[in-house]
Design a protein around this ligand. Structure first.
Ligand SMILES: Cc1cc2nc3c(=O)[nH]c(=O)nc-3n(C[C@H](O)[C@H](O)[C@H](O)COP(=O)(O)OP(=O)(O)OC[C@H]3O[C@@H](n4cnc5c(N)ncnc54)[C@H](O)[C@@H]3O)c2cc1C
Length: 411
């Protein structure tokens, strides 16, 4: 069996490694002429790190590049601690949680691809323009070029991992409604900073109306003096937003006001934000889960299949789980079309549930509860506002839907 993979992002490269691991050959076609380590932070939770570590053998490389997350910790906007729980192996999982620069993750996957699959199977600078579902032919043209000469490749299956603006998704669903803006805009950056809290804490603080932050380290000792690269995301309710563009530059003055007085004894948040070399802006947008992903020899994977709010650390994770699942069905089923449908049967519903859960009850719903119940005021004792059991139940509910509760993983 030979498959065509469109897109060399996190999903596409993982799919290629998963296929190779399963004895399936592949070629990967990517728009950009050169893969550069672009993006900011991403978290890989134990459900996804299990496949990367156990099946693909990437634990050592990922551990060298990223940070092994020790805890998820929640604060209100006054810097008062609300709740904390251990992460990864410290939480009793057999696999770590990684907080990592997206570019580092992509480079680890790319290195493994080049070593295992081979450079001759990576084709850069080609835009997929359409696919033929019956024959498994994919059509390409040179990206960023006036040259409209068409290149075609044929394979047993075409896996479209072409991200949030997927052309294959548009081809399969020409009448799909518009992307849905949540009313929350995000500004993201990375800053060199001294370690804080456990030195591997994933902090979530505040709430969206007055400003919420997600802050965690993604690289250790970047200067030989123990500084870390800290990823931060500022989220704020605002009616204004731009189109989804991962490289869109943001402006400090559009959001810094909400965080100007966040001087905590464990972190000076406005100073952290101001310390970033550049700021990126991205709207919190998702799309309604689709009725189907697969037709004939073509299917969707990752953001192309299920764009979701980047809120529960599941964007990259679910694309990794898609790849794991699809490779399994391609090996199990003799017939490609049956394999693609079985993959869809399992993954479409699972990821649709995550899309919906991210809208209403993400793991940081703890912050919303405290914000509402405390009427956005400092508290004397958090237990007067919400019990530990209730907060544990909120995070547990999300883990179960996203598929990384211990019971589901053990099964
Ligand atoms: C430049 C960039 C920066 C990002 N930064 C972050 C971040 O900081 N934090 C975060 O949470 N998520 C980020 N993401 C998104 C994140 O990688 C995904 O949400 C998640 O990992 C799922 O991966 P994916 O492979 O489905 O999509 P992506 O990782 O987005 O990969 C899609 C790939 O397909 C390629 N492509 C698109 N259209 C075509 C086409 N027509 N033909 C061929 N190739 C095509 C793209 O160039 C890209 O390499 C970023 C994505 C990109 C592309």
């Amino acid at each position: 069996m030979h498959i065509t993979i469109i897109g060399a992002g996190i999903g596409g490269l993982t799919m290629a490694l998963a296929a190779h691991h399963a004895g399936i050959s592949c070629d990967v076609y990517e728009s950009v002429p050169e893969i550069k380590p672009i993006g900011v932070g991403i978290n890989i939770l134990p459900h996804a790190s299990r496949f990367l570590c156990e099946s693909l053998g990437l634990e050592e490389e990922l551990s060298k590049k990223g940070v092994l997350t020790k805890e998820a910790i929640f604060f209100n906007r006054f810097g008062q601690k609300i709740y904390a729980e251990p992460s990864g192996r410290l939480a009793g999982y057999a696999w770590p949680q990684f907080s990592i620069h997206r570019g580092d993750l992509q480079m680890v996957l790319l290195e493994a691809f080049l070593q295992r699959v081979g450079e001759e199977h990576l084709h850069l600078g080609l835009d997929c323009t359409k696919v033929d579902e019956k024959s498994g032919i994919a059509y390409f043209k040179k990206s960023r070029s006036e040259d409209l000469t068409e290149t075609t490749v044929q394979a047993d299956a075409v896996i479209a991992c072409d991200g949030v603006h997927s052309v294959v998704r548009k081809q399969l669903h020409p009448l799909e409604g518009k992307p849905l803006y949540s009313g929350v805009n995000m500004w993201r950056g990375v800053t060199k900073w001294k370690p804080f809290l456990s030195e591997a804490s994933m902090v979530r603080a505040g709430w969206l109306t007055h400003g919420k932050m997600v802050i965690y380290p993604i690289r250790n000792n970047i200067d030989g003096q123990g500084s870390q690269l800290i990823n931060w995301v500022a989220e704020l309710e605002t009616p204004n937003h731009l189109e989804r563009d991962w490289n869109k530059q943001g402006r400090l003055e559009d959001f810094i006001g909400a965080f100007e007085d966040w001087h905590f004894d464990w972190l000076d948040v406005p100073a952290l934000i101001r310390g970033a070399e550049s700021i990126l802006e991205f709207p919190m947008i998702d799309q309604e889960p689709l009725p189907f992903w697969s037709r004939g020899r073509v299917t969707l994977l990752g953001d192309a299949a299920h764009p979701m709010y980047p809120r529960g650390s599941n964007g990259a994770g679910q694309s990794i789980l898609d790849a794991q699942s699809l490779a399994k069905f391609l090996v199990q089923e003799r017939d490609v079309e049956t394999a693609l449908k079985k993959y869809e049967d399992v993954r479409l519903e699972a990821t649709g549930n995550v899309v919906r859960m991210n809208r209403i009850n993400p793991p940081d719903a703890i912050l919303r509860e405290v914000w509402e119940r405390s009427e956005d005021k400092p508290f004397n004792n958090i237990q007067d506002i919400i019990s530990n059991e209730e907060m544990e139940a909120i995070t547990q509910r999300y883990k179960t839907v996203a598929g990384y509760d211990k019971q589901t993983l053990a099964a």
